[in-house]
Design a protein around this ligand. Structure first.
Ligand code: ATP
Ligand code: PRP
Ligand code: NIO
Ligand code: MG
Length: 562
């Protein structure tokens, strides 16, 4: 990780060394809800601001009708926490904005505020996670931890939603397909776009078209060309510079345009290819030829501007064969409209015929990229019909998370001054799980994760080979014994605050992506399927179960029937 002093006044102190600030400079202590500041003031006024509080950040239901979620956004959270200081300018804005509070001492308190007394435990970024289990546990003086609530939720909610969406698109496409994120133009503003590129890569995409994201995060950047490039050409006469040297530099073709034309007529007159098309669109041929002259080593053509079968594919093949004469290997085509299953199969057939007819080895394996309003459903439909697509370019549905707007992560108080707290609700799924907890993932005989279990902080941890009762947190009759073959503690220390615990390093984006891909591959297939997936079990220890229900009864007033 880069070591750099960052922050308004001085470097953060808690870890003993400095951490870069968040990617987006808008992520400051003011990127929070007003009520966090009014509560901070009221805590301070009541002399409660230094009381030690523990909050859990978790979600209640996995998105997109699925049973798994990818946890993302942690690195940005830690970068925010590490650099949490209010500038003078920010403090004077708070002074103007807080209703009726003018006490200088409060603003002196804000001036000295940082996260050096805050301790953050979290599940490693890129981990597959499940409802109710804390993704982050934040322990610190209540006023400052409340100020963190909104920015941490903001940094985790969309990141985890879009990483999960990407993982789902990867799952339906299969491991062998190249997945390209094309969402920049349709994303929710610049931060939505940059976040989408980062977290789609984390969730299993291979590359993005977003150049800024490539520079910021080292994500591979890829792209083709647009319809505008094709329709900007009127005729082959526009091509003035026609020469192209061979790939090894040994010869020079003075008139690449004529070479392309010769190949086009060979294709037209060939036994197996002739008859499927007559005259192709010559302005399209000009565009492809021009593009090949600019990028002879990476020629990929968008073939659907005029007519895929009668023009785009033969024109592409003519240019690709001309390139082949000079030792270059064309990359392939992109389809951006029509029946992508049918057209990809027709394109593949055509390429295979070319390979056979002209003896160009490997021509049949030409890359076929598809785009145009793709999503999980359309890719699933293509799979069912049979297709020849090698790469999917996906934008709108992916980055806007069209099928679910938000993950719904929440931040709930579970302990104050060592006293466990519970939040009750008519809706059982909204009742919080009290206490500062430890969380474990238990693995079964076949190597799959079986169940996540939460325990009180001071309970002994589950042990390999030792039978443990895992209880549903709220449903008395749902319980199971587990003899774990492997026990993994989920929450690790990412920000030690004033304690002397060692801090987990923030891994590189590539390492987090690997972690995510490995985690997804480890899951039992029935948890992953799109239709009616089996819910993964999330449980509590007997001791925690008993305590939750004791506290529940203690806090819930008994109703009176009239
Ligand atoms: N074989 C297929 N099975 C299921 N869905 C498909 C198939 N081929 C394409 N689609 C999807 O069908 C939709 C077709 O979009 P649309 O009706 O806008 O037509 P289009 O091909 O884009 O035409 P236009 O040239 O007017 O843009 C897209 O969402 C695309 O991903
Ligand atoms: O379809 P998406 O998943 O959002 O993927 C990105 C789309 O963006 C481009 O289209 P363009 O901006 O030219 O618009 P159009 O396809 O609507 O004509 C591209 O050709 C894709 O169709
Ligand atoms: O490079 C592409 O083909 C591309 C990039 C963004 C959006 N649509 C397509
Ligand atoms: Mg489109």
């Amino acid at each position: 990780m880069d070591v750099k002093v960052n922050g308004p006044d001085e470097a953060p102190r808690a870890s003993g060394r400095t951490v870069d600030g968040p990617t987006n400079p808008m992520v400051t202590p003011l990127l929070t809800d007003l009520y966090q500041f009014t509560m901070a003031y009221a805590y301070w006024k009541a002399g409660k601001n230094q009381e030690r509080a523990v909050f859990d950040l978790y979600f209640r239901k996995s998105p997109f009708g699925g049973e798994y979620t990818v946890f993302a956004g942690l690195e940005e959270c830690i970068k925010f926490i590490a650099n949490f200081r209010l500038s003078e300018d920010e403090i004077s804005f708070i002074r103007q904005s807080l209703p009726g509070s003018n006490e200088n001492d409060f603003f002196d308190y804000l001036r000295g505020l940082d996260c050096s007394e805050v301790e953050v435990y979290a599940v490693p970024e890129g981990t597959v996670v499940f409802p109710k289990v804390p993704l982050m546990r934040i322990d610190g003086p209540i006023a400052v931890v409340q100020l963190l609530e909104t920015p941490l939720l903001n940094l985790v909610n969309y990141a985890s939603l879009v990483a999960t969406n990407a993982a789902r698109h990867r799952f339906v496409s299969g491991k062998s397909k190249l997945l390209l994120e094309f969402g920049l133009r349709r994303a929710q503003g610049p931060d939505g776009a940059i976040g989408a590129s980062k977290y789609c890569y984390m969730g299993g995409f291979d590359a993005t078209s977003n150049v800024a994201a490539g520079k910021l995060f080292g994500i591979p950047i890829r792209g083709t060309h647009s319809h505008a490039f094709v329709s900007s050409f009127m005729s082959l006469d526009e091509i003035v510079e026609k020469s192209l040297g061979s790939s090894d530099g040994s010869t020079n073709c003075e008139d690449f345009v004529s070479l392309v034309q010769r190949w086009l007529s060979k294709i037209q007159w060939s036994n197996s290819l002739g008859g499927t098309f007559g005259e192709t669109n010559q302005s399209e041929l000009a565009a492809f030829t021009s593009y090949a002259l600019a990028f002879p080593n990476s020629f990929l053509a968008l073939v659907d501007t005029y007519d895929v079968i009668r023009s785009g594919i033969p024109n592409f093949c003519a240019v690709a064969l001309a390139l082949n004469d000079l030792g270059y290997k064309a990359v392939g085509i992109r389809l951006d409209s029509g029946d992508l299953a049918y057209l990809s199969c027709e394109a593949r057939k055509f390429f295979c015929h070319v390979e056979k007819e002209f003896g160009v080895l490997g021509f049949g394996k030409m890359n076929i990229t598809a785009s145009n309003d793709l999503n999980e459903e359309t890719i699933d439909a293509l799979n069912k019909q049979g297709h020849e697509v090698d790469a999917f370019g996906i934008g709108t549905y992916l980055v806007t998370c069209y099928s679910q707007a938000a993950l719904g992560c929440v931040f709930k108080l579970v302990e104050i001054n060592n006293q466990p707290r519970i939040k009750l609700s008519e809706d059982v799924s909204k009742v919080s799980i009290p206490c500062k907890k430890r969380c474990y993932r238990l693995y079964g005989k076949e190597g799959y994760p079986l169940v996540d279990i939460m325990t009180g902080e001071n309970e002994p941890s589950p042990k390999v080979g030792e039978r443990i009762l895992c209880r549903h947190p709220f449903n008395e009759s749902k319980r199971a014994y587990v003899v774990p073959q492997k026990v993994e503690e989920l929450l690790k220390c990412y920000w030690p605050g004033s304690s002397d615990k060692t801090r987990e390093e923030l891994p590189s984006l590539k390492d987090t992506r690997h972690r995510c891909i490995n985690q997804l591959e480890q899951m039992r297939p029935d948890h992953m399927r799109r239709l009616n997936p089996t819910p993964y079990k999330v449980s509590v220890s007997t001791k925690l179960y008993d305590f939750i229900h004791f506290l529940w009864l203690n806090e819930a007033p008994v109703g009176e029937l009239q």
